[in-house]
Write a protein that binds this ligand. Structure first.
Ligand SMILES: Nc1ncnc2c1ncn2[C@@H]1O[C@H](COP(=O)(O)OP(=O)(O)OP(=O)(O)O)[C@@H](O)[C@H]1O
Length: 258
């Protein structure tokens, strides 16, 4: 479904140039959920931004659903690949009702039956029709992120790119949103790429995970490796230990205390 070959991006020139991506290669099968983890600045979001055309000066090859992407995306080509951002408040217009927010992509992409589509998508993301004419500030963080997911889903895309979709939320709400994303993927046969700096969050949703460091994928790990911790790269092991994190640390300190 998604194939990326030798993807490279440089920001700036000369001495101040940053090679944000260096020959990134990855493949995501149809209906799969693929995670990108790594510390801040490792290049995770840059991959998603190149795919949706926000970063347009990439080199290499990106193929989605059998179509090779050009550097400039057309409206039609954007419909099938939607992105959900980290900050649901920042990504929703404060003076637009939820109805207006959900209607906008339908108008841009010339889809009909606006009312039916809006009511049904709100229900799918767990928000009843009462929310339809509210403004973002009248919703909780989790509810706002549900609206952002509805906005992506209303165009019936095949691919959704998730850029830290839960990191602005409380831990209990994070799990709800991850469960919702997982259910939607199964119900609609969606393909996901999800970025996070947290291996535990990505592990909740993804069956394959690429670990990034300084613009490169240094290791790709499977669900089984994630469970067992059988990883080869030291950096991946550090991330894995941190994700097992606090139970073990707590146990260790308990032993020391005893
Ligand atoms: N538009 C830009 N102009 C200049 N440098 C950029 C730009 N976008 C990203 N970078 C740089 O590219 C590198 C990768 O950034 P990117 O946002 O992809 O990292 P990330 O792994 O997603 O980190 P984070 O988790 O903090 O979002 C960083 O060094 C960043 O400063």
């Amino acid at each position: 479904m998604i194939t990326i070959e030798n993807l490279g991006i440089q920001f700036g020139t000369g001495q101040s140039a940053i090679r944000a991506l260096k020959d990134v290669n990855l493949h995501v099968g149809e209906g799969e959920s693929y995670g990108l983890v790594g510390e801040s600045g490792s290049g995770k979001s840059t991959i998603l931004r190149a795919m949706v055309g926000i970063n347009a000066h990439w080199t290499g090859r990106i193929e989605v659903d059998g179509e090779e992407l050009s550097h400039k995306r057309t409206v039609a080509s954007r419909k099938h690949m939607q992105m959900v951002f980290q900050d649901p408040y920042g990504s929703l217009h404060p003076r637009r009702t939820i109805n207006d927010t959900l209607k906008e992509p339908l108008i841009i992409h010339k889809l009909d039956n606006h009312d039916d589509r809006i009511v049904s998508i709100l229900e799918e993301v767990g928000l009843g029709p009462d929310y339809r004419f509210r403004y973002p500030h009248q919703l909780s963080g989790g509810q706002r992120q549900r609206v952002a997911i509805a906005r992506a889903l209303i165009l019936e895309p095949r691919v959704i790119l998730l850029d830290e979709p839960t990191s602005a939320l409380d831990v209990s709400v994070q799990a709800e949103i991850l469960n919702l994303l997982s259910a939607l993927r199964k119900a609609h046969g969606l393909t996901y790429i999800m970025v996070s700096h947290d291996l535990a969050v990505v592990g909740h949703l993804c069956s394959k995970i690429a670990v990034m460091n300084r613009g490169e994928i240094i290791e790709e790990i499977s669900e089984e490796q994630l469970r067992s911790g059988d990883v080869s790269h030291d950096y991946t092991r550090q991330l894995w230990t941190a994700s097992q994190g606090y139970d073990r640390a707590a146990l260790q300190s308990f032993k020391e205390f005893a």
